[in-house]
Design a protein around this ligand. Sequence first.
Ligand code: C5P
Length: 231
Amino acid sequence: MSLPHAARLIVALDAPSLAGAVRVAHRLRGLVGTVKVGSILFTAAGPDAIRRLRALGFQVMLDLKFHDIPHTVEASCRAAARHRARWLTVHASGGRAMLEAAVRGARQGTPRGVVRPRVLAVTLLTSVAASSGSRRLVLARAGAAKAAGCDGVVVSAREARAVRRQCGRRFLIVCPGIRPAGAARGDQRRTTSPAQAVEAGADWLVVGRPVTGAASPRAAAAALLDAMRDT
Ligand code: C5P
């Protein structure tokens, strides 16, 4: 079966030390182009993590899920843009003014001649179990993110199709909570397989433990990319 479009893979380097993250990153070079630095690695290693991973040739998604008053989020996004993160995340639940401030901060912090980081709004954590209201909530938050000028959302692939329908083709859809067949779910709840996520219209898939915890992270990432290409 041919899939609708080529989604790409982001590997979440949720390691508690820069050395550990770099060890995995080395194994992914030439296969995966983007890695994610979240609160575990950033708290341990700070902006050095972004610098080192960029120096290895990776684009970096800085997933700190900012959620604060607009002034604080604006300044945080400005700083993150200066570190040349390619993507930033904020919580969509922070509201319209906070989301607008995030986009403004990202724009202001971008060095001349560099592409502004894409601002992604996290709609609802994929570790939260589905409830009758979750789709409505995700769509309301995705709509607010788009209206505020965000470039896309982080959503479960279970809601990707509905978000695509509502927000259009150019709105970025990034999906975590991906679990290949047989992989442990861990704390994730609204999971999908890589192929299901691609079929649902995800532009990017975020995968952490199934890659970083594998005996061979490179083989695990290659298997994921295969699964994303064809089912
Ligand atoms: O290890 P795993 O594949 O579950 O990692 C998923 C990554 O995506 C984690 O770094 C997590 O913080 C992040 N994430 C998520 N759900 C969201 C937003 C981000 O799992 N809604």
